[in-house]
Design a protein around this ligand. Structure first.
Ligand code: GLU
Length: 278
């Protein structure tokens, strides 16, 4: 009798182990999942967008919606890939959190003022570029900073955002300056206003958005780098990337891209949006 109990007990343990193993086996790791297939099944694409960046992705507190060029492009691509009832879901990212959120599978793609760079290409894949920005400077009106050269002095403080390649760029173009990193663009603007730095540096499109909200500030120094924006996708998601590139082509061909470009940049004083167009 004792022997039988022991045998039955062992069999029970074995079947439990089998159940646990099957459950683990059926949950595919992120790299084994097909993002395009999952998105088609849920009829939803989850995009990482900025929520602190006027013109590209900014939270509207009145209706709790993020609005901007990147957001509208994401919506248009979603409709192209999933059909007109396809849903675009938005998750807020910052320059620092966007790659980790993508790699963890919290989002399917990043469309957030993100430059295609060789360093980033080691970690993620990019779509073809959809917007050509360039790095510039935002200063208080009347400032004697006129170009990036004026920042190359010991003791000069420049403001940037963690995770933005603008920080590394400014260290190259003005190596003597000290760069103070803030966690997002709203905080960087507050720091500029409180005099923590003589200039805020990032891409021209972003800075023109800030200048339009803050009339005491202006963009100076022209574009001293080239910042082609791409949509970042996890490596190994070739089918999804192909669809995104195809959708970009189609929205360009049917005039959707130009309509969105004009909607956000058509009336931004001083910004030549035609140079940024794809
Ligand atoms: N385009 C630059 C970058 O990808 C600056 C803008 C941003 O912080 O997102 O880092």
């Amino acid at each position: 009798m004792k022997k039988l109990k022991r045998v039955l007990g062992a069999l029970g343990m074995l079947s439990l182990l089998a159940i646990v193993l099957t459950a683990c086996g059926s949950r595919k790791s992120l790299s084994q999942q097909d993002v395009l297939q999952n998105d088609r099944a849920s009829n939803t694409i989850t995009w990482g967008v900025k929520a602190d960046t006027k013109l590209f992705g900014l939270m509207d507190v009145k209706d709790n919606q993020v609005k901007g060029f990147d957001v509208d492009i994401a919506k248009a691509i979603t409709k192209r890939i999933l059909g007109k009832n396809g849903q675009a879901k938005f998750v807020q990212v910052t320059s620092q959190t966007r790659i980790p959120l993508l790699k963890n599978g919290n989002i399917d793609a990043i469309i957030a003022t993100m430059t295609i760079t060789p360093e980033r290409e080691k970690q993620v894949d990019f779509s073809t570029s959809y917007f050509d920005a360039g790095q510039s400077l935002l200063v208080k009106k009347g400032s004697n900073v006129k170009s990036v050269k004026d920042l190359n002095k010991t003791g000069t403080k420049v403001l940037g955002v963690t995770g933005a390649n603008s920080v590394a760029n400014i260290k190259k173009y003005a190596p003597k300056a000290r760069v103070l990193e803030l966690s997002d663009y709203a905080q960087a603007m507050t720091a500029l206003k409180s005099g923590q730095g003589v200039a805020l540096t990032t891409d021209n499109g972003i800075l023109y958005g800030m200048a339009s909200q803050n009339p005491g500030y202006k963009v100076v120094g022209g574009a001293f780098t080239k910042e082609p924006y791409g949509i970042a996708i996890n490596k190994g998601q070739g089918a999804f990337k192909k669809e995104v590139n195809q959708a970009l082509k189609e929205i360009e061909a049917d005039g959707t891209y130009n309509r969105i470009l004009k909607k956000w940049f058509g009336n931004v004083a001083g910004f030549n949006y035609k140079e940024a167009a794809r």
